[in-house]
Ligand binder design. Structure first.
Ligand SMILES: Nc1ncnc2c1ncn2[C@@H]1O[C@H](COP(=O)(O)OP(=O)(O)OP(=O)(O)O)[C@@H](O)[C@H]1O
Length: 207
């Protein structure tokens, strides 16, 4: 069996003196989709931030690709993160944002035109992101994350702002990414999306 992509061992995180994650242990194998589920405030985003190396553990360990995640170019070359609203370049269009993503990463997974098509952004390709609807902006953020090559996708509530049809399409895109060997960890409130993977609760209780 291949080595896990992610090992979380007895992870605890306190924020502002409050325990948010308590003694959480799980592993994620290559090609797996893991859905972090639970009510508001249960620690889903905190767990994703730990996996991204931007939230230190209070106790326990997190290993990604066999080492503690480090917020550096080598790590982000392998990991695509979709968190809160990205910082858009106000002078660049939708198409130019995707071209930029393709330019900074070698071996893009798809062309810009294919991404515009796949994420239903063709008609808004020449608009600035701030002139898109909330759902269209989320589709652009997802297009950017899926256009670039990566081995691990970390997605915090990727369903935010998406209509029902596109949520279903997103599940299929994640399945396709995983079938190519990519690993996905997503925090989600969408039960259908969560059904595409194994469920993990940040409380550590099996779902
Ligand atoms: N900087 C902070 N200082 C103190 N407490 C915080 C901080 N950030 C988050 N929290 C608290 O930590 C807990 C977990 O927050 P987190 O955002 O991880 O939850 P979540 O499961 O992602 O929630 P949601 O479903 O609403 O997105 C919440 O109770 C939140 O209020």
């Amino acid at each position: 069996m291949s080595d896990p992509i992610i090992c979380v061992d007895s992870l605890s995180v306190e924020l502002g003196g409050n325990p948010v994650l308590r003694d959480l242990t799980f592993t994620v194998a290559p090609g797996e989709i893991v859905a972090v589920v639970g009510p508001n405030g249960s620690g889903k985003s905190t767990l994703l931030r730990c996996l991204a190396g931007v939230q230190p553990a209070t106790a326990g360990e997190v290993h990604v690709f066999g080492a503690a995640p480090v917020d550096d170019g080598r790590f982000w070359g392998r990991v695509a993160l979709l968190g809160d609203e990205p910082a858009w370049y106000p002078g660049l269009t939708t198409r130019e944002h995707l071209e930029l993503m393709g330019a900074v990463h070698s071996a893009a997974r798809m062309t810009v035109e294919a991404a515009l098509e796949m994420f239903a952004l063709v008609e808004r390709a020449d608009a600035a992101p701030l002139n898109l609807s909330t759902g269209q902006r989320q589709r652009l953020a997802l297009a950017a994350a899926l256009l670039r090559p990566s081995e691990l996708l970390l997605l915090d509530e990727p369903e935010r702002g998406l209509d029902i049809e596109f949520r279903a399409a997103l599940g299929d895109l994640l399945d396709e990414y995983a079938s190519e060997g990519g690993t996905v960890v997503l925090a989600t409130h969408d039960q259908d999306l969560a059904g595409h993977g194994r469920r993990v609760l940040p409380s550590g209780v099996p779902a």
